[in-house]
Design a protein. Structure first.
Length: 449
Protein backbone atom coordinates (compact mmCIF):
# COMPACT_ATOMS: atom_id res chain seq x y z
CA UNK A 1 0.00 0.00 0.00
CA UNK A 2 1.40 3.39 -0.99
CA UNK A 3 1.51 6.21 1.61
CA UNK A 4 0.85 9.84 0.84
CA UNK A 5 4.25 11.50 0.52
CA UNK A 6 5.42 15.06 0.16
CA UNK A 7 8.30 15.49 -2.24
CA UNK A 8 10.19 18.77 -1.99
CA UNK A 9 12.84 18.09 -4.62
CA UNK A 10 12.40 16.72 -8.10
CA UNK A 11 14.53 13.84 -9.40
CA UNK A 12 17.22 11.84 -7.68
CA UNK A 13 19.70 13.07 -5.06
CA UNK A 14 22.95 14.36 -6.61
CA UNK A 15 25.55 11.85 -7.71
CA UNK A 16 28.24 11.10 -10.29
CA UNK A 17 27.37 10.75 -13.95
CA UNK A 18 27.34 7.17 -15.15
CA UNK A 19 27.11 5.33 -18.43
CA UNK A 20 23.77 4.57 -20.05
CA UNK A 21 23.88 0.81 -19.49
CA UNK A 22 26.12 0.15 -16.47
CA UNK A 23 25.47 3.37 -14.58
CA UNK A 24 28.31 3.94 -12.08
CA UNK A 25 29.45 0.32 -11.88
CA UNK A 26 32.91 0.97 -13.36
CA UNK A 27 33.60 3.76 -10.82
CA UNK A 28 32.93 1.64 -7.74
CA UNK A 29 36.04 -0.55 -7.77
CA UNK A 30 37.13 -3.20 -5.26
CA UNK A 31 37.63 -0.69 -2.40
CA UNK A 32 33.97 0.28 -2.58
CA UNK A 33 34.18 2.21 0.70
CA UNK A 34 36.41 4.79 -1.04
CA UNK A 35 33.66 5.31 -3.59
CA UNK A 36 31.11 5.72 -0.77
CA UNK A 37 33.30 8.22 1.09
CA UNK A 38 33.92 10.24 -2.09
CA UNK A 39 30.22 10.21 -2.84
CA UNK A 40 29.30 11.56 0.60
CA UNK A 41 32.08 14.17 0.62
CA UNK A 42 31.30 15.38 -2.90
CA UNK A 43 27.52 15.24 -2.97
CA UNK A 44 26.49 15.50 0.67
CA UNK A 45 24.48 13.52 3.18
CA UNK A 46 22.08 12.08 0.62
CA UNK A 47 23.60 11.06 -2.69
CA UNK A 48 22.63 8.61 -5.40
CA UNK A 49 24.24 6.29 -7.91
CA UNK A 50 23.17 3.51 -10.23
CA UNK A 51 24.32 -0.02 -10.98
CA UNK A 52 22.63 -1.13 -14.19
CA UNK A 53 18.92 -0.54 -13.64
CA UNK A 54 19.32 -0.52 -9.89
CA UNK A 55 19.04 2.83 -8.05
CA UNK A 56 20.93 3.29 -4.79
CA UNK A 57 21.01 6.18 -2.33
CA UNK A 58 23.88 6.64 0.09
CA UNK A 59 22.64 8.32 3.24
CA UNK A 60 25.04 9.65 5.85
CA UNK A 61 23.10 12.11 7.98
CA UNK A 62 22.20 10.53 11.37
CA UNK A 63 18.61 11.80 11.20
CA UNK A 64 18.04 10.36 7.73
CA UNK A 65 19.55 7.04 8.83
CA UNK A 66 17.20 7.06 11.80
CA UNK A 67 14.28 7.62 9.43
CA UNK A 68 15.21 4.50 7.44
CA UNK A 69 16.14 2.21 10.32
CA UNK A 70 13.56 3.37 12.87
CA UNK A 71 10.73 5.69 11.75
CA UNK A 72 10.04 4.07 8.35
CA UNK A 73 11.56 0.68 9.15
CA UNK A 74 8.32 -1.15 8.36
CA UNK A 75 8.46 0.09 4.75
CA UNK A 76 11.88 -1.38 4.09
CA UNK A 77 13.32 -4.90 3.82
CA UNK A 78 16.93 -6.05 3.77
CA UNK A 79 18.60 -5.35 0.43
CA UNK A 80 20.01 -7.84 -2.06
CA UNK A 81 23.35 -8.17 -0.22
CA UNK A 82 21.64 -9.86 2.74
CA UNK A 83 19.13 -11.84 0.69
CA UNK A 84 21.88 -13.55 -1.30
CA UNK A 85 22.67 -15.60 1.86
CA UNK A 86 19.15 -17.03 2.10
CA UNK A 87 20.23 -20.40 0.65
CA UNK A 88 22.38 -20.96 3.72
CA UNK A 89 20.75 -18.80 6.40
CA UNK A 90 17.18 -19.72 5.41
CA UNK A 91 14.68 -17.85 7.55
CA UNK A 92 17.10 -16.95 10.34
CA UNK A 93 17.10 -13.55 12.05
CA UNK A 94 19.43 -11.85 9.56
CA UNK A 95 17.44 -12.82 6.45
CA UNK A 96 13.79 -13.09 7.60
CA UNK A 97 11.28 -10.24 7.43
CA UNK A 98 7.98 -8.97 8.76
CA UNK A 99 5.85 -10.74 11.37
CA UNK A 100 7.88 -13.93 11.11
CA UNK A 101 11.10 -12.07 11.90
CA UNK A 102 9.43 -10.23 14.80
CA UNK A 103 8.11 -13.42 16.35
CA UNK A 104 11.57 -15.03 16.07
CA UNK A 105 13.31 -11.95 17.46
CA UNK A 106 11.00 -12.02 20.50
CA UNK A 107 11.67 -15.71 20.95
CA UNK A 108 15.44 -15.32 20.71
CA UNK A 109 15.91 -12.09 22.65
CA UNK A 110 15.90 -13.77 26.11
CA UNK A 111 18.85 -15.96 25.03
CA UNK A 112 20.85 -12.74 24.65
CA UNK A 113 19.94 -11.07 27.92
CA UNK A 114 23.05 -9.50 29.39
CA UNK A 115 22.93 -11.80 32.44
CA UNK A 116 22.92 -14.91 30.24
CA UNK A 117 25.60 -13.61 27.93
CA UNK A 118 27.82 -12.86 30.95
CA UNK A 119 27.67 -16.55 31.87
CA UNK A 120 29.69 -17.30 28.71
CA UNK A 121 32.72 -15.34 29.96
CA UNK A 122 34.46 -18.43 31.39
CA UNK A 123 34.21 -20.25 28.04
CA UNK A 124 35.75 -17.25 26.28
CA UNK A 125 38.57 -17.17 28.84
CA UNK A 126 39.18 -20.94 28.65
CA UNK A 127 39.39 -21.07 24.86
CA UNK A 128 41.66 -18.01 24.75
CA UNK A 129 43.97 -19.72 27.24
CA UNK A 130 43.98 -22.80 25.00
CA UNK A 131 45.02 -20.67 22.02
CA UNK A 132 47.77 -18.97 24.03
CA UNK A 133 49.13 -22.34 25.13
CA UNK A 134 49.92 -23.08 21.47
CA UNK A 135 51.77 -19.79 20.97
CA UNK A 136 55.45 -19.16 21.67
CA UNK A 137 57.68 -16.09 21.52
CA UNK A 138 59.12 -15.53 18.06
CA UNK A 139 56.32 -17.45 16.34
CA UNK A 140 55.03 -15.97 13.06
CA UNK A 141 51.23 -15.86 12.98
CA UNK A 142 48.49 -14.40 10.88
CA UNK A 143 46.30 -12.46 13.28
CA UNK A 144 43.13 -12.81 11.26
CA UNK A 145 43.62 -16.58 11.03
CA UNK A 146 44.34 -16.93 14.76
CA UNK A 147 41.42 -14.78 15.90
CA UNK A 148 38.99 -16.38 13.42
CA UNK A 149 39.93 -19.80 14.78
CA UNK A 150 39.40 -18.57 18.34
CA UNK A 151 36.08 -16.79 17.79
CA UNK A 152 34.81 -19.74 15.74
CA UNK A 153 35.69 -22.11 18.61
CA UNK A 154 33.95 -19.75 21.08
CA UNK A 155 30.86 -19.54 18.84
CA UNK A 156 30.61 -23.32 18.40
CA UNK A 157 31.08 -23.95 22.13
CA UNK A 158 28.59 -21.29 23.29
CA UNK A 159 26.10 -22.21 20.56
CA UNK A 160 26.21 -25.98 20.47
CA UNK A 161 28.37 -26.89 23.46
CA UNK A 162 30.81 -28.25 20.85
CA UNK A 163 34.32 -29.11 22.01
CA UNK A 164 35.44 -31.66 19.47
CA UNK A 165 38.17 -30.12 17.32
CA UNK A 166 37.47 -32.46 14.36
CA UNK A 167 33.77 -31.58 14.30
CA UNK A 168 34.63 -27.90 14.51
CA UNK A 169 36.92 -28.19 11.51
CA UNK A 170 34.23 -29.97 9.49
CA UNK A 171 31.70 -27.20 10.19
CA UNK A 172 34.24 -24.50 9.40
CA UNK A 173 35.34 -26.08 6.16
CA UNK A 174 31.87 -26.69 4.73
CA UNK A 175 30.68 -23.28 5.82
CA UNK A 176 33.64 -21.50 4.29
CA UNK A 177 33.10 -23.28 0.97
CA UNK A 178 29.45 -22.22 0.94
CA UNK A 179 30.11 -18.64 2.03
CA UNK A 180 32.93 -18.13 -0.47
CA UNK A 181 30.69 -19.33 -3.28
CA UNK A 182 27.80 -17.12 -2.15
CA UNK A 183 30.06 -14.07 -1.78
CA UNK A 184 31.34 -14.70 -5.32
CA UNK A 185 27.70 -14.62 -6.51
CA UNK A 186 27.29 -11.23 -4.83
CA UNK A 187 30.20 -9.77 -6.79
CA UNK A 188 28.74 -10.92 -10.10
CA UNK A 189 26.20 -8.83 -11.94
CA UNK A 190 24.45 -11.98 -13.08
CA UNK A 191 24.40 -15.51 -11.62
CA UNK A 192 22.27 -18.40 -12.75
CA UNK A 193 19.67 -19.49 -10.16
CA UNK A 194 20.90 -22.12 -7.75
CA UNK A 195 18.74 -24.87 -9.22
CA UNK A 196 20.58 -24.66 -12.58
CA UNK A 197 23.13 -27.51 -12.40
CA UNK A 198 26.30 -25.59 -13.33
CA UNK A 199 29.49 -27.04 -11.76
CA UNK A 200 29.71 -24.03 -9.39
CA UNK A 201 26.08 -24.39 -8.33
CA UNK A 202 26.49 -28.12 -7.76
CA UNK A 203 29.53 -27.49 -5.52
CA UNK A 204 27.67 -24.77 -3.66
CA UNK A 205 24.59 -26.91 -3.13
CA UNK A 206 26.76 -29.77 -1.89
CA UNK A 207 28.56 -27.47 0.59
CA UNK A 208 25.23 -26.13 1.88
CA UNK A 209 23.82 -29.66 2.24
CA UNK A 210 26.95 -30.70 4.21
CA UNK A 211 26.63 -27.84 6.69
CA UNK A 212 22.92 -28.43 7.13
CA UNK A 213 23.49 -32.14 7.80
CA UNK A 214 26.15 -31.35 10.42
CA UNK A 215 23.98 -28.80 12.22
CA UNK A 216 20.95 -31.12 12.08
CA UNK A 217 23.14 -33.70 13.81
CA UNK A 218 24.00 -31.24 16.61
CA UNK A 219 20.32 -30.42 17.07
CA UNK A 220 19.28 -34.09 17.20
CA UNK A 221 22.05 -34.78 19.74
CA UNK A 222 21.04 -31.80 21.88
CA UNK A 223 17.39 -32.87 21.88
CA UNK A 224 18.33 -36.36 23.07
CA UNK A 225 20.50 -35.20 25.98
CA UNK A 226 19.74 -33.23 29.13
CA UNK A 227 19.77 -29.57 28.22
CA UNK A 228 22.83 -27.50 29.07
CA UNK A 229 23.96 -23.87 29.25
CA UNK A 230 24.40 -23.15 25.56
CA UNK A 231 22.47 -21.00 23.13
CA UNK A 232 20.98 -23.96 21.26
CA UNK A 233 19.54 -25.29 24.53
CA UNK A 234 17.95 -21.95 25.39
CA UNK A 235 16.55 -21.75 21.85
CA UNK A 236 15.13 -25.28 22.07
CA UNK A 237 13.38 -24.34 25.32
CA UNK A 238 12.14 -20.90 24.16
CA UNK A 239 8.33 -20.75 23.92
CA UNK A 240 6.05 -18.37 22.08
CA UNK A 241 3.07 -16.90 23.90
CA UNK A 242 0.87 -19.66 22.47
CA UNK A 243 3.20 -22.32 23.88
CA UNK A 244 4.74 -23.34 20.52
CA UNK A 245 8.49 -23.75 20.05
CA UNK A 246 10.93 -23.59 17.15
CA UNK A 247 10.94 -26.44 14.62
CA UNK A 248 14.21 -28.26 13.91
CA UNK A 249 14.51 -26.45 10.61
CA UNK A 250 14.07 -23.05 12.27
CA UNK A 251 16.60 -23.98 14.95
CA UNK A 252 19.05 -24.85 12.20
CA UNK A 253 18.50 -21.55 10.38
CA UNK A 254 18.93 -19.56 13.58
CA UNK A 255 21.99 -21.51 14.72
CA UNK A 256 23.75 -21.07 11.39
CA UNK A 257 22.82 -17.39 11.38
CA UNK A 258 24.23 -16.80 14.86
CA UNK A 259 27.43 -18.61 14.01
CA UNK A 260 27.97 -16.75 10.75
CA UNK A 261 26.87 -13.33 11.99
CA UNK A 262 28.97 -13.63 15.11
CA UNK A 263 32.36 -15.14 14.70
CA UNK A 264 34.03 -13.38 11.78
CA UNK A 265 32.79 -9.93 12.84
CA UNK A 266 34.33 -10.37 16.28
CA UNK A 267 37.56 -11.82 14.83
CA UNK A 268 37.88 -8.77 12.59
CA UNK A 269 37.34 -6.43 15.53
CA UNK A 270 40.26 -8.10 17.29
CA UNK A 271 42.44 -8.18 14.16
CA UNK A 272 41.99 -4.48 13.34
CA UNK A 273 42.34 -3.51 17.00
CA UNK A 274 45.72 -5.22 17.17
CA UNK A 275 46.73 -3.67 13.88
CA UNK A 276 45.96 -0.19 15.22
CA UNK A 277 47.72 -0.91 18.50
CA UNK A 278 50.81 -2.11 16.63
CA UNK A 279 50.92 1.38 15.06
CA UNK A 280 50.18 3.35 18.27
CA UNK A 281 52.60 2.51 21.06
CA UNK A 282 51.21 5.14 23.45
CA UNK A 283 47.67 3.70 23.33
CA UNK A 284 49.08 0.22 23.81
CA UNK A 285 51.05 1.38 26.85
CA UNK A 286 47.92 2.87 28.42
CA UNK A 287 46.06 -0.38 27.82
CA UNK A 288 48.80 -2.43 29.44
CA UNK A 289 48.76 -0.03 32.42
CA UNK A 290 45.00 -0.45 32.80
CA UNK A 291 45.29 -4.24 32.70
CA UNK A 292 48.14 -4.23 35.23
CA UNK A 293 46.11 -2.03 37.59
CA UNK A 294 42.76 -3.82 37.29
CA UNK A 295 43.65 -7.38 36.41
CA UNK A 296 47.24 -7.93 37.52
CA UNK A 297 47.76 -10.73 34.98
CA UNK A 298 44.33 -12.38 35.40
CA UNK A 299 42.00 -12.97 32.46
CA UNK A 300 39.04 -10.64 33.00
CA UNK A 301 35.75 -12.10 34.10
CA UNK A 302 32.29 -10.63 33.66
CA UNK A 303 32.64 -8.45 36.80
CA UNK A 304 35.80 -6.75 35.50
CA UNK A 305 34.33 -5.36 32.29
CA UNK A 306 33.02 -2.09 33.74
CA UNK A 307 36.41 -1.41 35.32
CA UNK A 308 38.21 -1.37 31.95
CA UNK A 309 37.20 1.97 30.37
CA UNK A 310 40.35 2.38 28.29
CA UNK A 311 39.98 -1.13 26.86
CA UNK A 312 36.41 -0.32 25.93
CA UNK A 313 37.50 2.99 24.35
CA UNK A 314 40.13 1.18 22.26
CA UNK A 315 37.56 -1.30 20.95
CA UNK A 316 35.08 1.50 20.18
CA UNK A 317 37.74 3.45 18.34
CA UNK A 318 38.90 0.40 16.35
CA UNK A 319 35.29 -0.33 15.31
CA UNK A 320 34.93 3.32 14.34
CA UNK A 321 37.84 3.20 11.91
CA UNK A 322 37.47 -0.42 10.81
CA UNK A 323 33.80 -1.29 11.28
CA UNK A 324 33.56 -5.06 10.63
CA UNK A 325 30.19 -4.41 8.96
CA UNK A 326 31.01 -1.34 6.89
CA UNK A 327 27.56 -0.79 5.30
CA UNK A 328 23.99 -1.91 5.70
CA UNK A 329 21.26 -1.66 3.12
CA UNK A 330 17.50 -1.59 2.87
CA UNK A 331 15.13 -1.86 -0.07
CA UNK A 332 11.92 0.21 -0.13
CA UNK A 333 8.75 -1.88 -0.36
CA UNK A 334 6.62 1.15 -1.26
CA UNK A 335 7.12 4.70 -2.53
CA UNK A 336 8.54 6.86 0.24
CA UNK A 337 10.15 10.22 0.97
CA UNK A 338 13.67 10.64 2.31
CA UNK A 339 15.45 13.96 2.76
CA UNK A 340 12.91 15.59 0.42
CA UNK A 341 13.51 13.07 -2.39
CA UNK A 342 11.26 10.35 -3.69
CA UNK A 343 12.39 6.83 -2.90
CA UNK A 344 10.57 4.60 -5.35
CA UNK A 345 9.59 1.06 -4.45
CA UNK A 346 12.61 -1.19 -5.14
CA UNK A 347 15.24 1.52 -4.57
CA UNK A 348 18.08 0.61 -2.21
CA UNK A 349 19.23 2.85 0.63
CA UNK A 350 22.79 2.29 1.81
CA UNK A 351 24.12 3.50 5.13
CA UNK A 352 27.85 3.10 5.55
CA UNK A 353 29.53 2.95 8.92
CA UNK A 354 32.85 3.51 7.14
CA UNK A 355 31.53 6.88 5.93
CA UNK A 356 29.48 7.95 8.99
CA UNK A 357 32.29 7.07 11.42
CA UNK A 358 34.59 9.44 9.52
CA UNK A 359 32.34 12.48 9.73
CA UNK A 360 34.51 15.31 11.16
CA UNK A 361 31.39 16.92 12.62
CA UNK A 362 31.23 14.14 15.21
CA UNK A 363 34.79 12.82 15.12
CA UNK A 364 37.32 15.65 14.80
CA UNK A 365 40.48 14.53 12.98
CA UNK A 366 38.54 11.45 11.87
CA UNK A 367 41.41 9.36 10.47
CA UNK A 368 43.32 9.58 13.75
CA UNK A 369 43.18 6.54 16.05
CA UNK A 370 42.52 8.28 19.34
CA UNK A 371 40.72 6.12 21.97
CA UNK A 372 40.69 9.10 24.37
CA UNK A 373 37.83 10.66 22.39
CA UNK A 374 35.50 8.06 23.99
CA UNK A 375 36.57 8.67 27.59
CA UNK A 376 34.45 11.69 28.49
CA UNK A 377 31.01 10.37 27.60
CA UNK A 378 31.16 10.93 23.82
CA UNK A 379 28.89 7.90 23.20
CA UNK A 380 26.09 9.57 25.18
CA UNK A 381 26.45 12.90 23.34
CA UNK A 382 26.47 11.61 19.77
CA UNK A 383 23.24 11.49 17.77
CA UNK A 384 21.97 7.94 17.62
CA UNK A 385 23.22 7.12 14.13
CA UNK A 386 26.57 8.91 14.10
CA UNK A 387 28.24 5.71 15.38
CA UNK A 388 26.50 2.39 14.71
CA UNK A 389 28.88 -0.55 14.35
CA UNK A 390 26.04 -2.84 15.44
CA UNK A 391 23.34 -1.20 13.27
CA UNK A 392 20.26 0.12 15.02
CA UNK A 393 16.50 0.26 15.26
CA UNK A 394 14.53 -2.94 15.45
CA UNK A 395 17.23 -4.92 13.60
CA UNK A 396 20.03 -3.92 15.94
CA UNK A 397 22.62 -6.68 16.30
CA UNK A 398 21.33 -9.21 18.81
CA UNK A 399 24.90 -10.21 19.70
CA UNK A 400 26.35 -6.79 20.58
CA UNK A 401 26.87 -7.55 24.32
CA UNK A 402 28.28 -10.94 23.42
CA UNK A 403 30.72 -9.41 20.93
CA UNK A 404 31.87 -6.58 23.21
CA UNK A 405 32.46 -8.96 26.10
CA UNK A 406 34.33 -11.40 23.90
CA UNK A 407 36.51 -8.69 22.36
CA UNK A 408 37.37 -7.30 25.82
CA UNK A 409 38.23 -10.68 27.33
CA UNK A 410 40.34 -11.83 24.39
CA UNK A 411 42.13 -8.49 24.02
CA UNK A 412 43.11 -8.36 27.68
CA UNK A 413 44.02 -12.05 27.93
CA UNK A 414 46.22 -11.95 24.83
CA UNK A 415 47.67 -8.49 25.45
CA UNK A 416 48.89 -9.23 28.96
CA UNK A 417 51.05 -12.06 27.63
CA UNK A 418 52.04 -11.05 24.13
CA UNK A 419 52.58 -8.12 21.86
CA UNK A 420 52.66 -8.25 18.08
CA UNK A 421 55.11 -6.82 15.61
CA UNK A 422 53.74 -6.62 12.11
CA UNK A 423 55.87 -8.45 9.54
CA UNK A 424 58.18 -5.79 8.00
CA UNK A 425 57.02 -6.61 4.46
CA UNK A 426 53.31 -6.79 5.42
CA UNK A 427 50.99 -4.96 3.06
CA UNK A 428 47.89 -3.93 4.99
CA UNK A 429 44.78 -3.10 3.03
CA UNK A 430 41.05 -3.68 3.36
CA UNK A 431 38.90 -6.06 1.36
CA UNK A 432 35.31 -4.91 1.69
CA UNK A 433 32.95 -7.83 1.10
CA UNK A 434 30.01 -8.30 3.47
CA UNK A 435 32.50 -7.75 6.28
CA UNK A 436 35.89 -6.12 5.92
CA UNK A 437 38.86 -8.45 6.35
CA UNK A 438 42.45 -7.38 5.68
CA UNK A 439 43.09 -8.03 2.00
CA UNK A 440 46.41 -9.84 2.46
CA UNK A 441 45.91 -11.10 6.01
CA UNK A 442 47.71 -9.64 9.02
CA UNK A 443 51.14 -11.32 9.36
CA UNK A 444 52.89 -10.61 12.66
CA UNK A 445 55.47 -12.01 15.04
CA UNK A 446 54.71 -12.80 18.68
CA UNK A 447 56.82 -11.27 21.41
CA UNK A 448 56.46 -11.85 25.13
CA UNK A 449 55.21 -8.74 26.92
C1 LIG B 1 31.87 -6.98 16.55
C2 LIG B 1 31.01 -7.91 16.23
C3 LIG B 1 29.72 -7.67 15.49
C4 LIG B 1 29.36 -6.66 14.65
C5 LIG B 1 30.20 -5.46 14.20
C6 LIG B 1 27.99 -6.90 14.24
C7 LIG B 1 27.26 -6.07 13.41
C8 LIG B 1 25.93 -6.26 13.10
C9 LIG B 1 25.13 -5.32 12.35
C10 LIG B 1 25.62 -4.00 11.76
C11 LIG B 1 23.87 -5.83 12.25
C12 LIG B 1 22.68 -5.17 11.60
C13 LIG B 1 22.56 -5.51 10.13
C14 LIG B 1 21.42 -4.80 9.46
O1 LIG B 1 20.70 -4.03 10.09
O2 LIG B 1 21.24 -5.00 8.24
C15 LIG B 1 23.88 -7.11 12.94
C16 LIG B 1 22.80 -7.94 13.04
C17 LIG B 1 22.84 -9.18 13.64
N1 LIG B 1 23.90 -9.73 14.35
FE1 LIG B 1 25.67 -8.85 14.69
N2 LIG B 1 27.57 -8.07 14.83
C18 LIG B 1 28.57 -8.56 15.61
C19 LIG B 1 28.53 -9.69 16.40
C20 LIG B 1 27.47 -10.56 16.48
C21 LIG B 1 27.42 -11.73 17.32
C22 LIG B 1 28.53 -12.16 18.27
C23 LIG B 1 26.22 -12.34 17.07
C24 LIG B 1 25.64 -13.61 17.66
C25 LIG B 1 26.10 -14.24 18.70
C26 LIG B 1 25.52 -11.54 16.09
C27 LIG B 1 24.27 -11.83 15.58
C28 LIG B 1 23.53 -10.97 14.79
C29 LIG B 1 22.17 -11.26 14.34
C30 LIG B 1 21.37 -12.52 14.61
C31 LIG B 1 21.73 -10.13 13.62
C32 LIG B 1 20.37 -9.93 12.97
C33 LIG B 1 19.44 -9.30 13.99
C34 LIG B 1 18.04 -9.04 13.48
O3 LIG B 1 17.89 -8.62 12.32
O4 LIG B 1 17.11 -9.25 14.26
N3 LIG B 1 26.29 -10.46 15.77
N4 LIG B 1 25.13 -7.33 13.46
Amino acid sequence: MSRSITIAKAGLPPGPKGTLIGGNISQIGPRRVDFFLDLARTYGSIASFRVGGWHLFLVSDPELIQQVLVTDARHYVKHFGARVFKPILGNGLVTSEGDFWLSQRRLMQPSFLKSLVLSYAPIMAELTTAMLSKWAPGKAVDLEFEFSGLTSAIALKTLFGLDDHGEREKVDQSLMEAIDALTARLDKTFSLPLWVPTPTNIRLRRAIANVKALVDGFIARKRSRPLANDLLSTMIMAQREDGTRMSDQQLRDEAMTLYLAGYETTALTLTWTWYLLSQHAEAERKLVDEWARVLGGRIPNADDLAALPYTSAVIHEAMRLYPPVYAIGREATTDLELGGYRVKRGYTILMSQWVSHRDPKYFPDPERFWPERWLDGLAGRLPKFAYYPFGGGQRLCIGSHFAMMEATIVLAAVGQKYKFTLAPDAVIDIKPQITMPPKYGMPATLELR
